[in-house]
Design a binder for this molecule. Structure first.
Ligand code: HEM
Length: 516
């Protein structure tokens, strides 16, 4: 009985201490915290659970709520205890700065990705460490490198078209699944020296592919961000159990295991001096770089590979899906684009190089508009300036943001800004043209799909090559025979975000069929 009394006393004292500590932290966050003077809801300033309510419980709706907060509080809003959100496109170049200006990623943002992803460049918090990791990859993804390996992209784009046309008579399918097979094959062929082979599958089906796993993984991010220790539990589960818990994950786990084995073989051969026989790949590029040995382990190379696949497959596939929907939905637009492409590429099976396709104004305008309405990453992308106070001045207010603060912007909010993009929800490629046949480069500064600055998308050149070559091939060879099936603008329109953009949960996808 004495023991019981003692333990109840302990529990009571423990609870009281917890309540006092929580209250003290809330008072601190509202009064003495460096962000205390910034406008925003008090609950958001006090607790990260305010954000979680919108991101986790009403999944992915914090962006839309933040838009409302800006209407009430102005262009700078404190959206959680440690982060400010800015709704002003003129701040893009200050936040996502280039040159010698250091920008870290916020630790809170990276919580969501766990300790394995932390070995990748994408999830490296510190500016210097990130630069070290990214330097050898920059060359691999430069324009010149992509142009050299471009025949690979052409070959896979043509194979995609063959597969799409062969679908005739097989009913409707979600075209995003087909594009996911194309983008996965391109990335695995380009980065890892061997295509995954989704486009070569017996029977020509599109599934299974990595898309459902990527979406399933993305949906967990708000929970992981709040309680990152869940990762250690998941990582300790045997593969069989993890696969049984979520069948979408099975293909992802199998894919990563195969990739890790592949990396192990490459590293063993490289270490034995066999570099000359190894096909070009991102791993060879990293292994022969002057990175320290600790950066060349198999688990780290695996994390980098997994980040490339997660970052590069769905983003590009979704941009192509958005483009396909709008072209099929607007026959006059498709006719104009087809005319331009017909003149530039008389033989659709032998397309001009990416550099020539980029010079076609209407094709470029269509791709830019598809990028605008597919957003790339749709969640808030925060940056931390560790050694400079950032000054925001505009819309009648001036704030000095203390160094070390996480400051974010969200692509959908910028891309839906009516002052820059009138009728923002409409697909209007002409907005990117200057009326004299040229591109409006001034407007392109507001396209945030690839982000900007030191953390800008690493795969941007590869993505553009895939988009230009893939779109040209599909427009000329497949769209004349493709039709939408029970698909409306609802099936591509931004509804909420799960890191990447997400459409109405009732959507059945961008369904299309191939006519005879
Ligand atoms: C339409 C296609 C694409 C879009 C819109 C896109 C968008 C983005 C964005 C917005 C970021 C910044 C994320 C952040 O700040 O946290 C990013 C980073 C990244 N992307 Fe892409 N991406 C695309 C295609 C690709 C491809 C094809 C690859 C790889 C082959 C790729 C690899 C990466 C990597 C590795 C990062 C992290 C870069 C770093 O932090 O150094 N992306 N991408």
């Amino acid at each position: 009985m004495a023991l019981l009394t003692l333990s109840w006393t302990h529990i009571g004292l423990g609870l009281a201490a917890l309540i006092i500590a929580t209250l003290a932290r809330a008072v601190y966050r509202l009064t003495l915290h460096p962000l205390a003077k910034f406008p925003g809801p008090k609950l958001a300033a006090v607790s990260y659970k305010y954000e979680f309510f919108y991101d986790g419980i009403r999944p992915g709706t914090y962006n839309s709520h933040i838009a409302l907060l800006h209407a009430t509080y102005g262009p700078v809003v404190r959206i959680n205890p440690s982060e400010l959100h800015i709704s002003d496109p003129r701040f893009i170049d200050t936040l996502y700065a280039v040159g010698g200006r250091r920008r870290d990623k916020s630790a809170y943002f990276l919580n969501a990705f766990g300790s394995i992803a932390a070995m990748s460049g994408f999830a490296t918090p510190g500016h210097e460490h990130h630069r070290l990791r990214r330097a050898p990859l920059n060359r691999f993804f430069s324009r010149a490198s992509i142009a050299r390996l471009e025949p690979l992209v052409h070959e896979l784009a043509q194979r995609l078209c063959d597969r799409l046309l062969a679908w005739e008579g097989r009913g409707s399918f979600d075209v995003a699944m087909a594009y996911s097979c194309y983008t996965t094959d391109v990335i695995t062929a380009y980065c890892f020296g061997q295509a995954h082979g989704f486009l070569d599958r017996e029977g020509g089906g599109w599934e299974p592919n990595l898309r459902p796993a990527i979406h399933a993984g993305c949906r967990t991010l708000p929970v992981m961000r709040q309680w990152p220790w869940i990762f250690s539990i998941i990582n300790s589960l045997p593969d069989a159990l993890a696969k049984a818990m979520d069948p979408d994950l099975a293909i992802w786990i199998d894919h990563l295991n195969a990739l890790t084995a592949h990396i192990g073989t490459i590293k063993a051969r490289f270490d034995k001096g066999g570099k000359a026989d190894l096909p070009e790949s991102v791993f060879v590029e990293l292994l022969q770089s002057d990175l320290p040995d600790a950066e060349k382990t198999v688990p780290r190379l695996g994390a980098e590979a997994s980040s490339l696949i997660s970052a590069g497959t769905e983003t590009t596939a979704w941009t192509l899906s958005v483009l396909t929907f709008h072209l099929l939905d607007k026959p006059a637009m498709l006719e104009r684009l087809t005319g331009e492409l017909d003149r530039a590429a008389p033989d659709p099976k032998r397309l001009p190089p990416w550099a020539s396709l980029e010079r076609l104004p209407f094709l470029s305008a269509c791709i830019l508009e598809a990028l605008r309405l597919s957003y790339g990453v749709a969640t808030r992308l925060a940056r931390v300036a560790p050694d400079e106070d950032l000054v925001y001045e505009g819309k009648g207010v001036r704030y000095v943001i203390p160094r070390g603060t996480a400051v974010s912007m969200a692509n959908p909010l910028i891309h839906h800004n009516e002052e820059i993009f009138p009728e923002p929800l409409e697909f209007v490629p002409e907005r990117w043209l200057d009326g004299k046949g040229g591109r409006r480069r001034d407007l392109e500064g507001y396209l945030l799909s690839f982000s900007k600055g030191s953390r800008q998308c690493l795969g941007m050149n590869l993505a553009y090559a895939e988009l230009y070559v893939g779109a040209a091939a599909v427009v000329l060879r497949v769209l004349p025979r493709m039709e939408l099936v029970e698909t409306t603008v609802r099936d591509v329109r931004y509804h909420h975000e799960v890191f990447i953009p997400a459409v109405d949960p009732e959507s059945k996808g961008v369904r299309v069929a191939i006519k005879a």
